[in-house]
Design a protein around this ligand. Structure first.
Ligand SMILES: [Zn+2]
Ligand SMILES: [Zn+2]
Length: 142
């Protein structure tokens, strides 16, 4: 028999972020630049993360929920800084080759341009991330 009002129900609309996910997110926020999975593992070993799989699993979930982006060209992960990320064109990362910082930007016009390029080749575009390589403002002046 169930007793109404006494059972604790998990609210499926507001999933609790797992501990590993929170640790990984905090580490990325604290770093201020993209980090690789093994760099994350090194930093979080003292917090009890032992295997790359734990880190990758947490990263996958964070990417899924839109908190983190993967930057393929440097095999690293960055916290999403776009206020309205998820709408308004592909993510563009300007990655500094000297200090490793990655600035995130978006422009709906770029999405239209990439869509046009893809169509011209008969390519069905599903997702796009643009990665620029160069020097950030501070490094370019130094
Ligand atoms: Zn973003
Ligand atoms: Zn730089």
């Amino acid at each position: 028999m169930s007793m109404p009002g006494t059972e604790r129900r998990a609210d499926p609309a507001r999933p609790q972020r797992g501990r590993n996910r929170q640790l990984v997110l905090d580490a990325l926020r604290g770093a201020g630049r993209p980090l690789g999975a093994y760099e994350l593992l090194r930093q979080l070993r003292s917090e009890g993360l032992r295997s790359p799989l734990q880190v990758y699993r947490a990263l996958d979930r964070l990417i899924e929920e839109g908190s983190v982006h993967k930057i393929e060209s440097v095999s690293a992960y960055a916290v999403c800084t776009g206020a309205e990320c998820g709408s308004g064109g592909p993510v563009v990362f300007a990655i500094c080759t000297r200090c490793g910082q990655a600035a995130e930007a978006r422009d709906p016009g770029l999405g239209q341009l990439l869509g046009r390029l893809a169509r011209r080749q008969g390519f069905r575009l599903e997702a796009s991330t643009v990665e620029l390589s160069g020097l950030c403002e501070a490094c370019a002046q130094g």
